[in-house]
Each structure stands twice: as structure tokens, then as C-alpha cells.
Write a protein that binds this ligand. Structure first.
Ligand SMILES: *[C@@H]1O[C@H](CO)[C@@H](O)[C@H](O)[C@H]1NC(C)=O
Ligand SMILES: *[C@@H]1O[C@H](CO)[C@@H](O)[C@H](O)[C@H]1NC(C)=O
Ligand SMILES: *[C@@H]1O[C@H](CO)[C@@H](O)[C@H](O)[C@H]1NC(C)=O
Ligand SMILES: *[C@@H]1O[C@H](CO)[C@@H](O)[C@H](O)[C@H]1NC(C)=O
Ligand SMILES: *[C@@H]1O[C@H](CO)[C@@H](O)[C@H](O)[C@H]1NC(C)=O
Ligand SMILES: *[C@@H]1O[C@H](CO)[C@@H](O)[C@H](O)[C@H]1NC(C)=O
Ligand SMILES: *[C@@H]1O[C@H](CO)[C@@H](O)[C@H](O)[C@H]1NC(C)=O
Length: 303
């Protein structure tokens, strides 16, 4: 059990003044995975996947820390059988209500059959909301940023205040309201060959903004640990709250990283073949690019 004193001391040691933000959590280094739970429950998105628990993830080398980075792999050696290819889905032990979230990643999973995401979700889905910060499928060359919420939550198309393009306005449950970032540096191969970058998500009572900075254009205030979103260019996605959607629809969010396969993303598999599950099952060697390399995840609170 963590004492209140230990918690307070940790808060002081992490309490670096950062513009209007104060560092709350910094997940990095050899104890990165201690901040997460390995959710091995069956996949609600009907993917061809078997999310493994911590002991299997460790014993089969699906998680690892080396070169000062944390790596999340999928099984790239075994012909998979039902329920699907082995992968990990980690969710933070802490839950969050607003703040600034930074994900510094050098590599994200990519390729035919894959469906990776960096996202947050509440336990009571969709009533406590879901915020998808990085998401794509197969060999996509764009990033999708999406909210999932109650049926009467809709997104206002503030196209002048974001660089991405809104592709769906209804935030209700399964479809979600979504913004597409068409820059090839925003996802997959184009993101990875540039050395990755930083995904940033700012969640306030006024709305949610998402930025995607390629490595070469990460703002200096992020690199120095004192992020100030007011100094950044306009975001890739901006979902304002208001009469269209109450901010109270988003609460108690876990941070989640996972790599899924096929499932509800099946419809976009056609460019790769005709049977996603069979492809994912039979071609383990094709999943050597399906890994995350995480430098850090940081969460800041408003001062
Ligand atoms: C990693 O996070 C810890 C807090 O968990 C922090 O003290 C340390 O400075 C961080 N290290 C790096 C390299 O950012
Ligand atoms: C982890 O999963 C394996 C394989 O399903 C199982 O044998 C093992 O008991 C599980 N470990 C824990 C701690 O749940
Ligand atoms: C939206 O739906 C929720 C229940 O899902 C309800 O509590 C809320 O009052 C509704 N809001 C509006 C503006 O209709
Ligand atoms: C969009 O940006 C303009 C300034 O460029 C600002 O006046 C307006 O309030 C912004 N809209 C939203 C919804 O943030
Ligand atoms: C939002 O506005 C932009 C710019 O006018 C437009 O390209 C886009 O199609 C709109 N999205 C929706 C879903 O209406
Ligand atoms: C995905 O496609 C395969 C092959 O067509 C099919 O068997 C499977 O039911 C589909 N899965 C979903 C979730 O639609
Ligand atoms: C396959 O996954 C393992 C970890 O399970 C990793 O060490 C290895 O680099 C991967 N293979 C390739 C070719 O990327």
C-alpha cells in the first residue's frame, strides 16, 4: 500500500512547474510497465487477437526495456490459432479527469492486418467516453482522431481551428466523431521513418485538442519538459464541448496502448488481401513492424 506521505513526496518530486502545467505522471525507464495493467480480456472489437497477461507478455518477450526505451511487440514467430495473434493491451493503473497527455514514441505498429491505437477510455463505455489519439489500420498513411460518447454528443466542425478534416460528426458509441490527419508523417511508415514523434492530447472543460508532432518538429518546450500548448500551432483535431456535447460525458479515463488485428477494422483490409484473419494467422513474419517503441508518457495537470 502506498502511504499518503510517499504519494505526497512523489508529487513534490514530479511537480516541475511547466507553463500553466505541472507534471503529474512520468512513465519511462525500466519501471514503465509497472504503471500499467495487462488487460487480457477477450477483444470487444472482435479482432483476431489474444491479449496476453503480464506473465505471458514477459515470458514470451512481447514487452521489453532496452536502449532506454520500452517496446511492445506482437507474436512474430507463430502461426496463430483462435482467438488470434498474441499481442498486449496495457491500460494505466491511474485514471484521469482532464490534463495534458504527451506520448513520445519512436515507432508505432504498421502493416497489413494491424490495428494499433493510443487512446483513453472509461470503464463504463460509452457513458464515460473514449478519446482515440492515434489510430489506424493496415497500410494507412493517415491518422484518425476520434471521440466515442453518448448518442446525443456531436462534434462542431471548427475547421478553421484544426488542420485535420472532420470525417464524422456523431460521437455516439460505435462510429464516433472523427478527424483525419492526412499528412503521411502522422501515421505508420511515414511516422516511423522520421523517427516517430510526439502525440499530445489536451483535455479541458472547453474541449479536447490533439496534436501530432513528427520528430523533426517537436516543440522545444516539449523536449525541455515544460510544455505550453498556447505556444503551439493549431492542433490536428479540435473537439469543442458545449451544447453539442457536455464535457461531463468524458471522465475517469485510462491510458491504453494496444495492437489489434482485423476485427471491426476488416472493411479496410481489401488492399492487402481478401481474408484478414487467415492472413494474420498464417504470416507471423509479416508482423515484425507491428511494435511500439515508447520513450515516455507524461501527464500534466493545470496549475
Ligand atoms: C522518468 O520518470 C521519473 C519519474 O517516474 C523521473 O524522475 C525521471 O526524471 C524520468 N526520466 C527521464 C529520462 O525522463
Ligand atoms: C496468464 O495466462 C496464462 C495463459 O492463459 C495462464 O496459464 C496463467 O495462469 C495466467 N497468469 C495469471 C497470473 O493470470
Ligand atoms: C444526452 O443523453 C444523456 C443520456 O445518455 C442525458 O443524460 C442528457 O440529458 C442528454 N443531453 C441532451 C442535451 O439531450
Ligand atoms: C477558433 O479560433 C478563433 C481564433 O482564430 C477563436 O476566436 C475561436 O473562439 C476559436 N473557436 C473555437 C471553437 O475554439
Ligand atoms: C468540416 O469542414 C471542412 C471544411 O469546410 C470540410 O472539408 C469537411 O468535409 C467538414 N466535415 C463534415 C463532416 O462536414
Ligand atoms: C473479418 O473478415 C473475415 C473474412 O472475411 C470474416 O470471417 C470475419 O467474420 C470478419 N470479422 C468481422 C469482425 O467482421
Ligand atoms: C519479433 O519480435 C521480437 C520480440 O518478441 C523482437 O525482438 C524481434 O525484433 C522481432 N523481429 C523483428 C524482425 O522485428
Amino acid at each position: 500500500m502506498k502511504s499518503i506521505l510517499a504519494f505526497a513526496l512523489q508529487a513534490v518530486s514530479l511537480g516541475v512547474v511547466a507553463g500553466s502545467y505541472v507534471l503529474k505522471d512520468d512513465f519511462n525507464g525500466s519501471n514503465f510497465f509497472d504503471n500499467f495493467y495487462y488487460n487480457s480480456a477477450p477483444d470487444a472489437s472482435k479482432g483476431y487477437v489474444q491479449y496476453v497477461n503480464q506473465s505471458v507478455a514477459e515470458s514470451s518477450g512481447l514487452v521489453s526495456y532496452h536502449e532506454s526505451k520500452n517496446w511492445l511487440y506482437v507474436d512474430n514467430t507463430t502461426v496463430a490459432t483462435s482467438p488470434g495473434r498474441k499481442s498486449v493491451r496495457i491500460q494505466s493503473n491511474n485514471v484521469y479527469n482532464q490534463g495534458l497527455f504527451l506520448f513520445d514514441v519512436s515507432h508505432i505498429p504498421w502493416g497489413c492486418g494491424t490495428w494499433p491505437a493510443i487512446w483513453t477510455s472509461g470503464a463504463n463505455w460509452p457513458n464515460s467516453g473514449e478519446i482515440d489519439i492515434m489510430e489506424g489500420t493496415n497500410e494507412n498513411t493517415y491518422n484518425s482522431m476520434t471521440l466515442h460518447s453518448v448518442a446525443n454528443c456531436t462534434m462542431t466542425n471548427v475547421s478553421q481551428n484544426m488542420t485535420g478534416s472532420m470525417t464524422a460528426s456523431g460521437c455516439g458509441a460505435s462510429t464516433g466523431c472523427s478527424v483525419k490527419d492526412s499528412r503521411t508523417t502522422a501515421y505508420g511508415h511515414g511516422f516511423n521513418i522520421g523517427g516517430g514523434g510526439v502525440f499530445a492530447m489536451e483535455w479541458l472543460t472547453t474541449g479536447i485538442k490533439v496534436w501530432n508532432f513528427a520528430r523533426a518538429s517537436v516543440p522545444a518546450d516539449i523536449t525541455s519538459g515544460n510544455p505550453d500548448p498556447t505556444s503551439w500551432p493549431i492542433p490536428q483535431a479540435h473537439f469543442p464541448f458545449g451544447s453539442n456535447c457536455a464535457s461531463s460525458n468524458f471522465k475517469n479515463q485510462y491510458i491504453i496502448l494496444n495492437t489489434d488485428f482485423c476485427g471491426l477494422a476488416n472493411q479496410t483490409f481489401s488492399a492487402c488481401g481478401s481474408d484478414c484473419n487467415a492472413y494474420v494467422s498464417e504470416n507471423p513474419q509479416d508482423f515484425s513492424n507491428a511494435f511500439f517503441t515508447v520513450n515516455y508518457i507524461k501527464v500534466f495537470d493545470q496549475q
